[in-house]
Design a protein around this ligand. Sequence first.
Ligand code: NAD
Ligand code: DAU
Length: 350
Amino acid sequence: MDYNQVILITGGAGFIGSHVIRKMLIQYPDYLIVNLDKLTYAGNLNNLKDIENKPNYKFENIDINNEKDIQDLFEKYLFDGVIHLAAESHVDRSISNPGEFVKTNVVGTLNLLNVCRKNWVSFEDKCFYHISTDEVYGSLGETGFFHETTSYDPRSPYSASKASSDHLVRAYGHTYGLPIKISNCSNNYGSHQFPEKLIPLIINNIQNNKPLPIYGKGENVRDWLWVEDHANAIDLIFHKGRIGETYNIGGHNEWTNIDLVNLLCDIMDNRLSNPNGESRKLITYVKDRAGHDLRYAIDASKIQKELGFTPSLKFEEGLTNTVDWYLNNKKWLDNVTSGAYQNYYHQHYN
Ligand code: NAD
Ligand code: DAU
């Protein structure tokens, strides 16, 4: 079949990537979607089980740090666009192992930029779209928002590595004319998120009657966005965003961690038919994260005005749907917490 576009999505076996792949396959059946993923602990092909046999979907088990493998991939497929999500994504892991974050997030991104620059004979109608985070802007006080023009001030090894990759992507746009786009998004939540991140961790711990760790006083604020809304925004930016531009994406939905965990406890009590207040008893204040950013909040007016993006779901509804997904997909969670999901690739692709 002649495909309208051939798109490379990196990190497609991860949390956000799997939602983006599913959305693209459904919305654009005339595209060939190639998923490049190293399958680190965060990559889980179970996330894509429902679409893995589609003829216009291909999986490639590649590390973005392996330049030869990426070059070979660009010789195998003539890509029209790249949506780059592959990254080490967890702040706590970046504090204990920063080197891995520099390797994948900075050098891996550089490798992809180089291979695009080298293999795209003409840059016309091409697009390198880099998915980034609001954490590059640093930490807010009690008021104010991150704008696209806010100066970078990354404060964790994770955000420093993402900031470096953003700078490299912009530099390749400026210096070589590579057609690039960047978006910086706030905290995502939804199905298929690895249970090291706050929301699935709390759901999993309540199910297993384990303590619910709250860093510091629980007063840090995050701006939460449903992952499907992030995937919608990525689709809009990839297809309609302007080359060379940056777009902030957020939910306009700020919660302190303790308020959020209390709400999750109440939803879980309701779903598990627990007595009121049962799950809240598990809340345990623990040592704060080193360098813990106080508050993130996104001004998303640019993407709203230019591309018509607004989040579709109210948070309470999205959170309830998310709880229901984890409760209905206990096998997924058990596979992830036991490590069994890591056999999937060998069983299905080797
Ligand atoms: P994730 O950790 O769930 O998934 C990352 C994916 O990248 C995994 O499938 C992993 O196997 C793959 N990967 C890691 N290193 C790789 C390498 N060297 N080569 C190839 N593949 C590799 O992450 P996520 O939460 O889905 O985040 C995806 C992207 O979105 C990241 O770039 C992250 O910085 C960004 N982001 C995430 C959030 C959020 O709230 N989760 C918010 C804003 C931006
Ligand atoms: O803002 C976007 C970023 O959001 C993304 O770029 C990152 O990839 C993503 O991991 C996320 O980073 P956070 O550090 O904000 O997410 P996390 O789920 O790890 O933590 C959310 C908040 O909850 C944060 O203030 C730390 C706190 N926390 C987290 C965990 C795991 C706890 O209090 N206890 C916990 O056990």
